[in-house]
Design a protein around this ligand. Structure first.
Ligand code: DP6
Length: 327
């Protein structure tokens, strides 16, 4: 007997960062976060439970999954089996239509799509909180990709993570912003987010200061995000990303995700802003720079950033929807 389901999810970019865990086993964040789900890129994941398979079979972007990605996917599948009582192995085919710096292992869209496809294939109709818990077993940023537009994921206080459930502040059609991604490097990053945030927690003298600052940033950011006040949210978003990287840079040994082109793009953002263009930058655990701007300025930003030497590709994005399921 086979049961199958397909889900499509899109990546999200954190405007206020999740960096640090309050419970590593449950993958609960030490910081709440705010994000924008994008529209132009997606992950399609099909999960099929098959009793004729000897074991789980995972094909990610046409290749057998790496041990790290395998472990994350199995964590999600095992949780679905526990919830549904299904004991058969699953076949997972997942494809990204965008370049992944670190493979599916740390892809929010991949884990959100997996949570929805696997639970539906198992015949479960889960509420958002349970789906968020499932997606989180794959990646802490993944619950945010379950929803579209501007999304808030609280840190929560509950030991089981029952209050770590994403909220949509504004659906995509209400958010008049663009997000321009400037790709500044290829290949997997040297230190993935999971290891990077743990290393930071253990060795950065600024980790506690980061947690404090992040709580204050999120409080303010939620006010600006609800008001769709980009002029207030933009500088706060930029400062929050710099604080996260400052904390990581102070780890021992230092954790530096930026390359020379990252700095060149950052310089260019400042130059363009001084010239009157509105836009603010954020950077995740990698070298790429993302600029949040009014939607009507996204093309201008994209053209200007594409001219920075070393930039490989530029992609203007607009806010997109949450995860979509298909039979
Ligand atoms: C810098 O969700 O990839 O992108 O939960 O360990 O899988 P794990 O980490 P992950 O971390 C994302 C870190 C970030 C900031 C963010 O997206 O909030």
């Amino acid at each position: 007997m086979t049961r199958s389901a397909l889900a499509v999810a899109r990546p999200n970019i954190a405007l206020i960062k999740y960096w640090g865990k309050r419970d590593r086993d449950r993958n609960l964040p030490a910081t709440g976060s705010l994000s924008l789900t994008l529209s132009g890129m997606s992950t399609r994941t099909r999960v099929t439970f098959r009793d004729d398979l000897p074991q789980d079979h995972l094909v990610l972007d046409g290749q057998l999954a790496s041990p790290e990605a395998h472990a994350r996917v199995i964590r999600v599948l095992d949780q679905v089996r526990r919830l549904s009582g299904i004991t058969t192995p699953a076949e997972v085919f997942s494809d990204n239509d965008f370049p992944t710096a670190a493979g599916l292992a740390s892809s929010a869209s991949g884990m959100a799509a997996l949570a929805v496809a696997a639970s539906r294939a198992a015949g479960l109709d889960l509420d958002l909180g349970t789906l968020a818990g499932l997606a989180r077993m794959g990646s802490g940023s993944a619950p945010r990709s379950l929803l579209g537009g501007l999304v808030w994921l609280p840190r929560g206080e509950d030991p089981e993570g029952l209050d770590c459930v994403p909220h949509c502040l504004h659906p995509p059609e209400e958010v008049p912003w663009g997000l321009v991604m400037a790709w500044t490097g290829r290949g997997p990053k040297a230190v993935g987010s999971t290891d990077g945030m743990e290393h930071t927690r253990l060795s950065s003298p600024y980790y506690d200061a980061w947690l404090d600052q992040s709580r204050r940033d999120l409080e303010q950011a939620l006010i600006h995000a609800r008001a769709l006040d980009l002029a207030a949210l933009g500088p706060l978003m930029e400062a929050n990303a710099m604080a996260m990287h400052a904390c990581a840079l102070a780890a021992r040994p230092p954790l530096r995700y930026w390359n020379g082109t990252t700095l060149a793009v950052m310089d260019q953002v400042l130059v363009l802003r001084r010239s009157g263009l509105r836009g603010w930058m954020t950077i995740d655990a990698g070298p790429h720079v993302k600029v949040l701007c009014p939607r009507e300025d996204a093309e201008t930003w994209a053209e200007a950033l594409a001219r920075v030497p070393g930039v490989l590709e530029v992609r203007p994005e607009v806010p997109g929807p949450g995860v979509e399921a298909a039979p």
